[in-house]
Write a protein that binds this ligand. Structure first.
Ligand SMILES: CCCCCCCC/C=C\CCCCCCCC(=O)SCCNC(=O)CCNC(=O)[C@H](O)C(C)(C)COP(=O)(O)OP(=O)(O)OC[C@H]1O[C@@H](n2cnc3c(N)ncnc32)[C@H](O)[C@@H]1OP(=O)(O)O
Length: 245
């Protein structure tokens, strides 16, 4: 089991495999005021993105808003990027900010993320989300690439039910019916089977009673020292390796 948890995170009674402590440990990471403010900042940026794509503005209003936001963006991009720790999906998440805050799909502190809210149970992962205007593909429908990204994440979480975790080898999506924007969607993911390093998962997304897409994905569990290598390549200082998945 990798030993990259922050100090103080403990596995709950009965947890097995490396994944369960990571997932259930999410709740142990303190929601500090700083972390909550990062989430609030991302939520504000998300609203700006939504408004920028949806609002009916005159040309002058567009120019005025673009000037103000452009100035703010310049101010921010002049600041150096902060170093962060972690790996893989956690790589997008510094430990201090919990496991998923920076995820591009789940991250409440990442304005790019819709975000999807995951619920973990021993046999199933459920992800709830409302995609806004910025995610439009066909008119008033969610872009298929975002549906695939959501499945990658939900099935990526479902793989951990196997007690191991790794990278997506393939992801197949069957789009059955248009998936609406601005409506609650419920993604589900389960472990189908594990054969050695191969972890097979299946899932679907529902809008009410209607299944709008189904998916299957294969994940290959990997030795987490490979994440340590990727982090070194990124320029992180990484001590030792992290053990097997
Ligand atoms: C990220 C991990 C986090 C885990 C966390 C879990 C809990 C957290 C909860 C929740 C949310 C987070 C969830 C996030 C999820 C997002 C994940 C992504 O989006 S990952 C980015 C996209 N994927 C890549 O970039 C992979 C790129 N590919 C590779 O690096 C390699 O190809 C890799 C690691 C997949 C396999 O390479 P090899 O060298 O380790 O192993 P070889 O020997 O090639 O394959 C092993 C076996 O698998 C089969 N295999 C490999 N790829 C296959 C394929 N595409 N189709 C069928 N079989 C395949 C092979 O034929 C082989 O089978 P035989 O042992 O010979 O029977």
């Amino acid at each position: 089991m990798p030993d990259e948890r922050p100090p103080g995170r403990t596995a709950p009674p009965g947890a097995s495999g490396w994944a369960a402590p990571f997932i259930t440990g999410e709740a142990d990471v303190e929601l500090t005021p700083h972390r909550l403010e990062k989430r609030r900042l991302a939520a504000a940026v998300r609203r700006i993105v939504d408004a920028a794509i949806s609002m009916d503005l005159s040309a002058d209003e567009v120019t005025s808003l673009a000037d103000r936001l452009d100035a703010m963006a310049s101010e921010l991009s002049d600041r150096p990027a902060a170093a962060y720790e972690g790996f893989a999906e956690a790589a997008t998440s510094p430990w201090a900010d919990g496991f998923f805050d920076r995820s591009p799909v789940l991250g409440e502190a990442n304005a790019l993320a819709p975000p999807i809210r995951l619920e973990f149970s021993p046999d199933r992962i459920v992800g709830r989300v409302v995609f806004g205007a910025a995610y439009e593909g066909p008119p008033s429908c969610v872009h298929g690439g975002w549906i695939a990204a959501a499945f990658d994440e939900v099935l990526g979480a479902a793989q951990s039910i196997s007690g191991a975790g790794g990278m997506t080898a393939y992801l197949k999506v069957d789009y059955r019916a248009p998936t609406p924007l601005h409506e609650e969607l419920v993604f589900e993911g389960e472990l189908a089977r594990r054969e050695g390093r191969k972890i097979f998962t299946t899932g679907r997304v529902r809008h009410g009673d209607l299944v709008t897409a189904e998916a299957e994905a294969l994940f290959i569990s990997i030795d987490f020292s490979r994440f340590a290598e990727m982090r070194r390549a990124r320029g992180d200082e990484v001590e030792g390796t992290t053990g097997d998945a």
